[in-house]
Design a protein around this ligand. Structure first.
Ligand code: HEM
Length: 405
């Protein structure tokens, strides 16, 4: 039945929900209360099972029968895929299944280990301080998204990969096109081509000249050893560049709005910086920016929470609902830093769980603490309900965040 039109079902993403940066559930109440596993229609004319409870979301994401390979027939899509072309998929392991997925992921695991991220912290701090210095020197007021939330993770991922930060306008604008649900296919394809072309030249330069950065090591260690092709390295670089900046940027912007709404939490952080890690976990849970969930395709019949999901049917694991599961998080709609939110699935679950999470956590801790400490009079420069939310993206975020201090 997968792939058939399903006009009688509710449309997902749910079109008429009011976007509120302070309380952004991406689903109506009846979904989680009355129908935790329910069928929804997708904008592509397909239908899929929407799975919303934490236990069942985890079951789907760790079950080997669920594929993340978008090119498989019947895979649940929120926008049509561009026609397949040779090489487009090379290295993009986020959409591969084991064992192929692990071959690529393992090449990057050491780079993202906590001890390596710890070594990067002084340079992340320097980046955070640098952009704050600039913002303070030219303001108030300022747009926090443009002056701080976007440039910090952008520069951090550039330094890590060995991509020149001077090119940030180029890759930020193209990433945004790729993450938009409404961009026409030709534009998506053109953005992929431009990014691949750009990163292709960069990887070629590293093949020639080397480099003490992630791409340099990938070239020296893996391409030269014949374990990775040039195109695969380009695909991996593209995945990291896109996954590595827009997500964390949106978390910094949205977290700031939430913290300004809870000034007691901001003051507590300022007084006791050791609160930063628990604060960050609760912000990740509460905001769950991968708001359209994670799509998967059943490759065998599987029972999930008493529902038979048949081979060939699509599933969407709705992380945002799972992170508001009252059975796990008491009064889940409440922002409560001391609840112990560690079981959240904001970074996904199973083999594809976010490889960049130690880095994202470090960036969030350092950025939010610096904002709290250096701008004790920080406040919004527009009423809360006028903060402009990005509506068309797979990732929840702000268009801009006018602030003053
Ligand atoms: C707060 C920030 C972030 C959030 C909320 C986030 C969220 C996620 C989620 C939900 C997934 C799972 C996707 C799936 O299962 O289909 C994922 C995967 C991934 N993320 Fe992140 N991410 C963040 C930051 C980062 C950063 C900073 C990087 C890299 C530097 C990164 C790189 C990746 C990669 C490469 C994958 C694919 C992993 C795999 O397929 O094995 N992410 N992320």
């Amino acid at each position: 039945m997968s792939g058939t039109t399903a006009t009688d079902l509710p449309l997902f993403p749910f079109p008429d929900l009011k976007d509120n940066p302070l309380d952004p559930p991406a689903y109506p109440r009846w979904v989680t209360e009355d129908a935790p596993i329910t069928r929804v229609a997708l904008p592509t004319g397909q239908w899929a099972w929407l799975v919303t409870r934490l236990a069942e979301v985890r079951e789907v994401l760790r079950h080997p029968a669920f594929s993340a390979d978008m090119t498989k027939p019947g895979f649940p899509l929120l926008r049509p895929l561009p026609p397949p072309r040779d090489g487009d998929r090379a290295g993009s392991f986020i959409r591969m299944d084991p064992p192929e997925h692990g071959q690529y992921r393992r090449m990057l695991t050491p780079e993202f280990m906590i001890k390596n991220v710890r070594r990067m912290e002084p340079s992340i701090q320097q980046t955070v301080d640098g952009f704050l210095d600039e913002m303070i020197a030219t303001g108030p007021p300022a747009d926090l998204v443009e002056a701080f939330a976007l440039p910090v993770p952008s520069m951090v991922i550039c330094q890590m990969l060995g991509v020149p930060y001077d090119d940030h306008d180029f890759f930020q604008s193209r990433s945004r096109i790729l993450l938009s649900r409404t961009t026409p296919l030709e534009e998506v394809q053109a953005a992929v081509d431009e990014l691949r072309g750009y990163l292709g030249r960069l990887v070629a330069a590293k093949e020639r000249d080397g480099g003490d950065d992630l791409l340099g090591r990938l070239v020296a260690g893996r391409i030269r050893a014949g374990e990775l092709t040039h195109d695969e390295a380009v695909g991996m670089a593209l995945l990291l560049l896109i996954a590595g900046h827009e997500t964390t940027a949106n978390m910094i912007g949205l977290s700031t709005v939430v913290l300004l709404h809870h000034p007691g939490q901001l003051a507590a952080l300022r007084a006791d910086p050791t609160r930063a890690p628990v604060l960050v976990e609760e912000l990740l849970r509460y905001l769950t920016i991968v708001r359209t969930g994670l799509p998967r395709l059943a490759t065998a019949d599987v029972d999930i929470g008493g529902h038979l999901i048949r081979a060939g049917e699509g599933v969407i694991a709705l992380l945002s609902a799972a992170n508001r599961d009252d059975a796990v998080f008491a009064e889940a709609d409440r922002f409560d830093v001391d609840r112990g939110a560690q079981q959240h699935v904001a970074f996904g679950f199973g083999v594809h769980q976010c490889i960049g999470q130690p880095l994202a956590r470090a960036e969030l801790r350092i950025a939010l603490l610096a904002l709290a400490q250096r701008l004790p009079t920080l406040r919004l420069d527009v009423p809360e309900d006028e903060v402009a939310v990005r509506r068309d993206s797979f990732i929840y975020g702000l268009q801009r965040l006018p602030i003053t201090w």
